[in-house]
Design a protein around this ligand. Structure first.
Ligand code: COA
Ligand code: NAP
Length: 244
């Protein structure tokens, strides 16, 4: 029997910024922190998604939720948003970098710009977030969580662009863990499995037949939920993960 059914974490007073936190897995992560009392900020391209997420996160319990409509490919906007949030609320305790783009395409049918778009959002965007937040992270104590994907470590057909981008994200994560660890900043990446009801899964598993094959490939024989991923992020964001 497990010791508890739900991990208990208290993020009252903590400042948490979730890039790409307006839908799917990242919104689920933001909501888990909101429910535990954190001050939130979310950023993504579409202003209507940002506004809706702000409302949802405040209703979930976030005392404040700032919203920043921006594209992570624009490093100046990323840096401005982080500086504004930190200027209002103080040093940042947890950053989740999860903005990403994906579509299945055979490499020969992928234009250079199609490949570049995904690398620019996932990999360059992650670097922009890392650059933008560094100055404003709590030192010591901050936790940086980059959202990776199985494609970072498992070659996958029709995913050359995503495999390249997410493998790069994981190397940035590991390099910064080495550079920033001595300052008391922990940098980790999380690799979710297939998560049900998300844009990513809808694009990669559009038919019932593919969904069944995906489920069979998972040891637990089910797809995950955003909250499954969020529980790990709560742990990584907390002092329970001080040596991770
Ligand atoms: N197959 C092949 N190429 C595609 C494609 C597809 N399904 N979708 C887009 N592209 C190509 C476009 O043709 C374009 O290349 P071109 O200029 O040579 O024609 C390039 O990708 C950029 O497309 P564009 O629509 O201008 O990019 P964008 O910056 O507006 O959007 C995407 C980025 C393409 C990644 C888009 O799918 C997106 O916004 N995704 C976010 C949501 C998402 O993917 N969620 C899942 C996360 S895992
Ligand atoms: P999603 O709902 O589409 O989430 C992507 C988020 O990023 C959205 O909030 C989107 O909002 C934002 N975004 C996209 N491009 C952006 C850009 N250029 N600048 C700023 N924000 C941008 O998809 P998801 O499936 O939940 O995926 C979330 C994360 O989990 C991604 O990093 C993905 O690689 C990873 N992942 C997903 C799965 C899965 O099963 N779904 C599995 C493994 C890993 P806007 O459209 O408003 O910009």
């Amino acid at each position: 029997m497990s010791a508890t059914t739900t991990a208990q974490f208290d993020f009252t007073g903590a400042n948490v910024f979730v890039f790409g936190g307006t839908s799917g897995i990242n919104l689920g992560i933001a909501e888990a922190f909101a429910k535990r009392g954190a001050n939130l900020a979310v950023a993504s391209r579409k202003p209507e998604k940002v506004e809706a997420a702000q409302e949802q996160l405040k209703a979930a319990g976030a005392p404040v939720c700032e919203g920043y409509p921006l594209d992570v490919r624009d490093h100046e906007r990323v840096a401005e948003a982080v500086a504004e949030f930190a200027g209002k609320h103080g040093e940042i305790d947890v950053v989740v970098s999860g903005a990403a783009g994906n579509f299945p395409a055979p490499a020969v049918a992928l234009s250079p710009n199609g490949f570049k778009s995904v690398v620019d959002i996932d990999l360059l965007g992650t670097f922009h977030v890392m650059k933008g937040v560094f100055e404003h992270l709590r030192k010591p104590g901050a936790s940086v969580i980059n959202i990776s994907a199985p494609q970072a470590v498992i070659p996958m057909a029709f995913q050359a662009h995503v495999c390249a981008a997410k493998a790069g994200v994981d190397m940035v994560t590991q390099t910064l863990a080495i550079e920033w660890g001595p300052l008391g900043i922990r940098v980790n990446s999380v690799i979710p499995g297939p998560i049900d009801g998300t844009e990513g899964m809808d694009r990669l598993a559009p038919t019932e037949e593919i969904r069944e094959a995906v489920v069979k490939s998972v040891p637990a024989r089910r797809m995950g939920t955003p909250d499954d991923v969020a529980q790990l992020c709560l742990f990584l964001g907390s002092d329970a993960a001080a040596y991770v």
